[in-house]
Ligand binder design. Structure first.
Ligand SMILES: Cc1cc2nc3c(=O)[nH]c(=O)nc-3n(C[C@H](O)[C@H](O)[C@H](O)COP(=O)(O)O)c2cc1C
Length: 211
């Protein structure tokens, strides 16, 4: 029996309050038709199928001032990001490959998790995190996925076994966000579902503490 099975059994017996699982997806680029954003949304749809409530924080919403530890003032967008991550039981992050690694936009947003350093659940502690990368070739997509998963590890998150690297050299999504590649679509959805299912443990624990 897994930890998840035990937690669900306790919840069913009424020993843990029912708490909806909350999954935050963040990332993308400032491009109007961002492929990365479409990939994150497909994965969030999988998280939703896995029973989670979801929230998407787009690339545009992540356009924050350069993170500087010395500066403590926070605008509404930074507060929205941090408060959403604090509530998150699971997280999905998507970044394009820019020059062999994640983009500055996404790295800067992730640096804001320093505001969570003294939380009861610091950084991504206790949360499953699904990672998605896009690149105009396999090399960039794969090195970016590896970099992103390394950052998740540094932030004490639990990388899901599956990560999704996407080569966008040929079109992967249509204008409405529908994935044109059956295999990539199922990988994105499966990873989202995996995040939602693993995040259930944290949701139940959070619920028991909030009760
Ligand atoms: C500044 C910049 C740097 C890039 N560097 C790389 C790279 O090193 N390797 C790669 O495969 N693709 C690179 N790309 C391509 C993007 O990763 C790719 O087009 C990605 O899918 C864009 O995501 P979007 O559609 O969400 O904007 C770069 C694109 C830009 C604009």
């Amino acid at each position: 029996m897994t930890t998840l099975d035990i937690a669900i059994k306790l919840a069913e017996k009424g020993e843990l309050p029912e708490t909806p699982t909350f999954v935050v997806g963040l990332g993308g680029t400032l491009a109007a038709n961002s492929t990365t954003e479409k990939a994150i949304k497909a994965s969030l749809a999988g998280a939703s199928e896995g029973g989670a409530e979801t929230l998407f924080i787009s690339g545009a919403e992540l356009e924050l001032p350069i993170y500087a530890w010395e500066r403590k003032e926070r605008g509404p967008a930074a507060l929205h990001l941090i408060e959403s991550l604090r509530r998150a039981d699971g997280i999905i992050i998507g970044s394009p490959g820019y020059h062999g690694s994640i983009s500055g936009l996404i790295k800067n947003a992730l640096d804001y998790t320093q505001d969570m350093a003294d939380d009861e659940w610091p950084y991504f502690h206790g949360r499953p995190v699904g990672a998605i990368s896009t690149g105009a070739g396999w090399q960039g997509a794969v090195t970016t996925l590896t970099a992103l998963r390394g950052i998740v590890h540094a932030l004490r998150g639990w990388n899901t076994p599956m990560g999704v690297a996407i080569n966008t050299a040929t079109p992967v999504f249509d204008a409405d966000g529908k994935c044109l590649d059956v295999k990539i679509d199922s990988m994105l959805r499966d990873m989202g579902k995996e995040v939602a299912e693993s995040a259930r443990v944290r949701a139940l624990m959070r619920g028991s503490r909030e009760a």
